[in-house]
Design a protein around this ligand. Structure first.
Ligand code: GLU
Length: 302
């Protein structure tokens, strides 16, 4: 995997629950990718979805990352602070006729074919809607969107047939993740995105929005996701437990192992600073090339 020289990486958790082992892997990999190559590393809490937010989760995530010895450049970024810029980007897309209101309800689309992120939108409202409650969708085409993932290799998507025009502002008035993350990565000058492969299906949509808005496209590296020994993905939605704030050494060592790094005996008893010094020096992401899932040893939980 080619290494960034300078540049900016980030970790962008949503405060929908405490940090679990799966998100720790994204935090560790993005941090090491940045720190081993002299890039900046930012922490952005993606708190723009109040219905899904768990009270106290954001503060808990920040404090756990501190306990685990992560150091980010500058202050924590709060995605909710940039909602005005999200709206400006949306307004531009509407003005350029790249986005349009869509009054289709979930139920009215239920029988449509499904893509990796839900219904493939058939374009019903492309030429207008009389609905009084609506979302906004961005127009897509079948021109191939290609990029080379630093870990997963060459990727290609045809958005119109694989996802259809997708939602960038929800019916409930909230700007959708796809647009918010693109605007914030741009505002933060992010050049290197390292995150779980569960988000790889979103990447072509994000690249499409970057093109429409005239933003540069960062380099992407999608790391394998952690799965339970039975194969189920670890996630907040499947109730993955929060990490024990007092088990930094043990959980960081398990994360390094899951990310294919050599972990010397006794590292799990070292301090976070010692672990980071070792891990930054020895970071070798190529062990994860083409890998999509890793079975995680049981983590130390709260
Ligand atoms: N906030 C997203 C999440 O927690 C991740 C965003 C990203 O890394 O692009 O799933």
């Amino acid at each position: 995997m080619n290494e960034p020289v300078g540049g900016t990486g980030r970790f962008a958790p949503s405060p929908t629950g405490p940090l679990h082992f799966g998100s720790l892997l994204a935090a560790v990999a993005s941090f090491l990718d940045a720190r081993s190559s002299g890039a900046r590393w930012l922490l952005r809490i993606e708190n723009i979805d109040p219905p899904r937010e768990v009270p106290g989760a954001a503060e808990e995530i920040v404090s756990l990352l501190e306990r685990y010895g992560f150091e980010w450049d500058g202050a924590v970024r709060w995605q909710a602070d940039s909602t005005a810029q999200h709206e400006t980007a949306l307004a531009r897309l509407i003005e350029d006729n790249r986005a349009y209101p869509c009054g289709c309800s979930r139920r009215s689309l239920a029988d449509q074919p499904q893509g990796p992120l839900g219904v493939i939108y058939p374009g019903t409202c492309r030429n207008g809607t009389t609905a009084t409650e609506y979302a906004y969708r961005v127009r897509t085409t079948n021109d191939p969107i290609r990029y080379v993932d630093r870990l997963q290799g060459a990727q290609v998507s045809h958005l119109e047939r694989e996802s259809g025009d997708f939602v960038i502002k929800r019916r409930d008035g909230l700007v959708a993740y796809q647009l918010a993350v693109v605007v914030d990565d741009f505002l933060d000058n992010v050049t290197h995105v390292v995150r779980g492969i569960d988000l790889i299906d979103s990447t072509p949509r994000q690249i499409w929005l970057q093109r429409l808005l005239g933003y540069p496209t960062p380099q992407y590296a999608h790391i394998p996701i952690a799965v339970h020994p039975n194969g189920d993905k670890l996630s907040k939605l499947t109730g993955a437990p929060g990490l024990d704030p007092n088990a930094a050494g043990s959980n960081l060592s398990k994360a390094l192992l899951a990310l294919g790094q050599a972990v010397p005996d006794g590292l799990d008893r070292a301090s976070p600073d010692e672990i980071w010094a070792h891990a930054i020096r020895h970071w070798n992401p190529d062990t994860m090339l083409g890998q999509q899932a890793v079975t995680a040893a049981p983590e130390d939980q709260r």
